[in-house]
Design a protein around this ligand. Structure first.
Ligand SMILES: [Zn+2]
Length: 298
């Protein structure tokens, strides 16, 4: 968890914890419904504001069928007008986003970082599916994520709770504290350092790979995405993200290549998928994973 403070929902509001989980799932499912629109329209540079239509008959979808997951179930997975099948991926993404929101709420609790973490996870879910569909990570998503991360870096230490990112307590950032710089500057410096480590290391791997093999191993989109991940999570969790992504990506890659007939290793794998999954895992469980690793092996 990139933030130092944890506050349970029940302790803050006096409302039972399970209601917090329920609200998280419902909110996540609604956001997932919006993410479906983002995933479908952003790569085609279409407006996010126009209402949803059936792609087959162009009939507008009634608002009461837009209820996440349930709307699809009530319709039996078919358009109310023309009975064309609606892909099960739409309710699946709504359900997945609800589940991820529950995980985020469980780990982050009711802190000022909760909305940031929910936005971060939502952005990653959108990018995972856009990369899977189109092999791109649109700049209109990756750049704003970086800007958001920098704003959060500056704003969080200024808020009344005076919360700090966990990486500001780790060398080589910690000497900025002792030098007497204001907390927001330490926080921002840590974010920029994370962005540099994340984007820099991935760019370096790509450059070396290109030198050795003469092919572009990864797109610049992955490097741009790591600016945002690095600034938000800090250098340690970002390195963990890259490791998790490389490991899961390699496993998926081997599985994919072994199923192919012509075993050429040139199969392109959208690395953004694994960076997205890895960064959510690192945000929620990374500090504990690293502590466990250091205690066990060093
Ligand atoms: Zn239709």
């Amino acid at each position: 968890m990139p933030i130092l403070l944890f506050a349970s929902f029940e302790a803050v509001t006096g409302v039972p914890e399970w209601i917090g989980y329920l609200l998280s799932f419902v909110l996540g499912a609604c956001i997932g419904s919006f993410l479906n629109v983002v995933i479908y329209r952003v790569p085609n540079e279409r407006s996010l504001m126009t209402p949803s239509k059936c792609p087959n008959c162009d009939e507008g979808i009634k608002f009461y069928y837009n209820v996440p997951v349930l709307g699809w179930l009530i319709l039996g997975g078919k358009c109310a007008n023309c009975k064309e099948k609606i892909a099960w991926r739409y309710p699946a993404i709504e359900f997945l986003t609800g589940g991820v929101f529950v995980l985020v709420f469980w780990q982050i609790g009711l802190t000022v970082f909760l909305p940031v973490a929910l936005v971060f996870a939502s952005v990653m879910i959108a990018l995972i599916f856009i990369d899977a569909d189109h092999m791109i990570l649109p700049n209109v998503i990756t750049y704003p994520l970086f800007v958001l991360a920098l704003i959060v870096r500056i704003a969080l230490p200024m808020l009344p709770g005076h919360e700090m990112f966990s990486d500001t307590r780790i060398a080589p950032i910690v000497y900025l504290h002792t030098a007497g710089y204001p907390d927001w500057l330490v926080s921002l410096a840590a974010g920029l350092f994370g962005a540099l480590i994340g984007a820099g290391s991935l760019w370096l791997v790509g450059a070396i790979w290109k030198m050795l093999r003469g092919v572009d191993a990864m797109g610049l989109g992955d490097v741009k995405l790591l600016l945002g991940i690095g600034a938000m999570l800090g250098w340690r969790l970002t390195i963990l993200t890259i490791f998790l992504a490389a490991f899961t990506g390699a496993v998926a890659g081997i599985a994919l290549v072994s199923r192919q007939k012509d075993r050429s290793l040139q199969t392109q794998i959208p690395f953004g998928i694994f960076l997205g999954i890895g960064s959510i895992a690192a945000m929620l469980f990374g500090d504990r994973m690293i502590a466990w690793y250091l205690a066990k092996f060093i």
